[in-house]
Design a protein. Structure first.
Length: 90
C-alpha cells in the first residue's frame, strides 16, 4: 500500500450515533434506538424514523432510558457492529 492510501485509512473517522438505550437484558450488549428526522419524499412533511443498533457494553454500565454515544466497529457477532463510547445522561 502507498503512503497516501495508508494515511487515508488512518484518518477515516468512525461513525458515531447518539441514541437511547431500549434494552440491556443481554450480557454485555445493549440495544440503542437512534431517531432521525427526515422529510417525506412526496409530501415533504418531517417524519421521525428510528433505527435499532446492537452495541457492545463491556462494563454493563448503560441502563434502559440512558442517552448514550455509540461508535462503529468491526463485526463482534451476528448483529453487533457498534461499541459503547460513553453514557451521556442517566
Amino acid at each position: 500500500m502507498s503512503d497516501t492510501a495508508t494515511a487515508a485509512t488512518e484518518a477515516k473517522a468512525k461513525k458515531t450515533r447518539v441514541g437511547v438505550v431500549a434494552s440491556n437484558k443481554m450480557n454485555k450488549t445493549i440495544v440503542v434506538e437512534v431517531e432521525r428526522r427526515v422529510a417525506h419524499p412526496l409530501f415533504k412533511k418531517i417524519v421521525r424514523k428510528t433505527s435499532k443498533f446492537y452495541a457492545h457494553d463491556e462494563e454493563q454500565k448503560a441502563a434502559i432510558g440512558d442517552t448514550v454515544v455509540i461508535e462503529e466497529s468491526r463485526p463482534l457477532s451476528k448483529l453487533k457492529r457498534w461499541n459503547l463510547v460513553e453514557v451521556l445522561k442517566h
